[in-house]
Design a protein around this ligand. Structure first.
Ligand code: NAD
Ligand code: UD1
Length: 320
């Protein structure tokens, strides 16, 4: 038994993942409010739905705004966060105000306003560098950054709000998400966005370490699918789910695939591995398959092709 959403709030809806989620919700006829302070998101990400969403420029730390925008919603999709791990290391306090306190405020606004369900964006970062593969939700978390501690704290609060107040919370541990609109502008942006920009500009990429490290890259549309299932599946309440593909790709191979698409012949440059870089990351998505009915639908080749097309068409190549 699944539920149809008529009204929803997306925090961080002007960001990379949030904007894809907003588009899908709008397509399905849902009335969507976006709450975003545009600290890392952009109005341009919402261009295709600009006249069909209620956009509120505001901060998740502001109770009054949260109260207003959550009234009457059947679900809140909480994507807003300080997403840069490096920034949380530099600013543990101010990032905690957004990622910890802000999330509690979102949960509490839902509780006060009778919103039945909140879906929270968590991260594979909560697993830290534990060597067991694939990562299963029952493994002990080992957070290694303020960001990871903050995401884990979100999960604990979500669990508490479910147990104490009956708020249906679902936490999704995204693995390495990629796709159109991912911002490539910082050295700590997702590797696919950086490599796409390099390929489009004809600049050799930098590979940290020997490039044999692997990641479980999940296309943004599949992350949207996981969010919609998390909102609609009664048995998901109070649970945590990995969102990945259960396939991994080597960083060397990733560059070769992107270079082939772009018709590039440059050889990558190599540097020391990044401090704290984990070697392999791979999700078990058994739980998401069984309980949510989640099944990634975009192959890596197809996802890369769509992403490359977007970088080529969007003029992103000018921004490096
Ligand atoms: P993003 O930076 O594109 O989106 C985050 C959005 O939140 C932005 O639009 C930003 O302006 C907004 N925001 C930040 N602070 C805010 C505040 N205080 N009040 C209101 N809005 C605020 O990043 P993204 O990649 O789309 O990430 C979305 C979510 O997914 C985040 O919670 C992130 O931690 C999580 N996540 C992302 C990945 C990934 O690979 N991209 C992996 C794991 C988890
Ligand atoms: C990702 C998340 C991070 C999270 C972690 C948890 C992103 C952007 N980051 O980090 O928030 O804490 O998962 O597992 O999604 N690389 C290069 N050259 C580059 C850029 C990266 O070789 O120019 C390498 C990195 O060293 C790394 C791999 O590519 O080995 C992936 O890097 P990145 O996309 O930054 O993601 P993670 O490090 O996995």
């Amino acid at each position: 038994m699944n539920r149809t959403l008529h009204k929803a709030l997306v925090t961080g809806g002007a960001g990379f993942i949030g904007s894809h989620l907003v588009e899908k919700l709008v397509d399905q006829g849902c009335e969507v409010t976006v709450l975003d302070n545009l600290s890392s998101g952009h109005m341009a990400n919402l261009a295709s739905v600009a006249d069909r969403v209620a956009f509120v420029k505001g901060d998740i730390k502001d109770d009054r705004t949260l109260n207003k925008v959550s009234k009457g919603c059947q679900a809140i999709f909480h994507q807003a966060a300080v997403v840069s791990v490096t920034q949380t290391v530099k600013e543990p306090l101010s990032s905690a105000l957004v990622n910890d306190l802000g999330t509690i405020k979102v949960l509490d606004a839902a509780r006060r306003n009778g919103v039945p369900r909140v879906v929270i964006a968590s991260s594979s970062a909560v697993y830290g560098d534990a060597p067991q593969l694939p990562k299963t939700e029952s493994m002990n978390p080992a957070p290694l950054s303020p960001y990871a501690v903050q995401k884990l704290t979100n999960e604990y609060y979500a669990d508490l709000y479910c147990r104490l107040y009956g708020l249906e919370t679902v936490c999704l541990r995204y693995f390495n998400v990629y796709g159109p609109r991912q911002d490539p502008s910082s050295p700590y942006s997702g590797v696919i966005s950086i490599f796409m920009l390099r390929a489009a500009n004809g600049v050799a990429p930098m590979i940290y370490g020997d490039g044999r490290q692997t990641r479980d890259f999940v296309f943004v549309e599949d992350v949207v699918q996981a969010n919609l299932l998390a909102a609609a599946t009664p048995a998901a309440a109070g649970r945590v789910f990995n969102v990945g593909t259960s396939n991994s790709v080597e960083i060397n191979q990733l560059w070769q695939m992107i270079a082939a698409m772009a018709g590039c012949t440059m050889t990558p440059l190599y540097d020391q591995p990044r401090e704290g870089d984990i070697v392999h990351s791979l999700a078990s998505i058994q739980r998401a398959k069984e309980i949510l009915g989640f099944q990634p639908s975009i192959s890596f080749e197809e996802g890369l092709r769509r992403t490359f097309q977007w970088y080529r068409q969007s003029g992103q190549q000018r921004s490096e």
